[in-house]
Design a protein around this ligand. Structure first.
Ligand SMILES: [Zn+2]
Length: 248
């Protein structure tokens, strides 16, 4: 038998059952000892007592106790950079714009699945990192999207930077995105250990979040595939997060 890690007295079913048992015991004692009488002959007295107790438990169980509801977990989904910091740029294409679209698409699929989601903005709004980091606290999972950039136009692939505890989720997210975009995985099957990241210690990852680099904005082919298929990649990433939330 597995025990629940909370006091049972907060449940009205337990309380009402106990009160009814106490109440009936008192009635019974008073009638017996003071009046030396039974209201009902046995076995009807026992049957009625048990029936009343069951009714008390039933009412306690059925009655809503709003303050007992556990606060629902939420996912934090944010876009890298901000409305004033474009991030990496390729001609007129800005990293911040691409990842805002991706954030919105992932958020759409998560909410469609009934998940609570906090974002660093809606529509084209993209709050800075400091605001995004603040959203992480209390969330069951936090993911931020970026695009990589390199001097070499050939550099390509998808990677997720995370703490070692989130290695599996990081690999799953990278694979989902890479498969949808037709890209390859970087790092350890898509996972980059925060401590081994060339970017050093990232505030977002330190706060418990994961950073998904969706591809290289500097690679024309990868950029074209991203633009053509990012909705599919967002849907695949959302599915990973939905499964993760439902298993935790
Ligand atoms: Zn970035």
């Amino acid at each position: 038998m597995k025990l629940i890690n909370e006091s049972v007295w907060k449940f009205d079913s337990v309380k009402y059952g106990a009160y009814m048992a106490l109440f009936l015991s008192c009635i019974h004692l008073v009638l017996q000892e003071v009046y030396n009488a039974n209201v009902l002959p046995e076995p009807y007295q026992t049957i009625v007592s048990l029936g009343l107790m069951f009714l008390a438990v039933l009412i306690g169980r059925k009655k809503a106790q709003p303050n007992l509801q556990q606060p629902l977990g939420f996912a934090t989904i944010t876009a890298g950079h901000s409305n004033t910091d474009p991030g990496a740029v390729n001609g007129k294409v800005k990293e911040a714009d691409l990842v805002v679209n991706f954030r919105n698409a992932v958020t759409h699929y998560l909410r469609e699945a009934g998940l609570q989601v906090k974002t660093d903005g809606t529509g084209t709004k993209n709050d800075p990192l400091s605001a995004a980091v603040k959203l992480i606290q209390g969330s069951s999972v936090a993911v931020e999207f970026h695009m990589n950039a390199a001097a070499s136009k050939q550099a390509n692939g998808v990677e997720t930077i995370a703490l070692p505890k989130d290695k599996k989720l990081a690999q799953d997210l990278s694979k989902a995105v890479a498969d949808a975009l037709g890209s390859r995985l970087r790092g350890d099957n898509g996972w980059i250990d925060q401590s081994k990241s060339a970017r050093g210690r990232l505030a977002y990852v330190n706060a418990g979040g994961l950073i998904v680099e969706l591809g290289f904005i500097s690679n024309e082919d990868e950029l074209a595939r991203f633009n053509a298929r990012y909705w599919l990649a967002a849907k695949a990433a959302a599915k990973i997060l939905i499964d993760y939330e439902n298993c935790n």
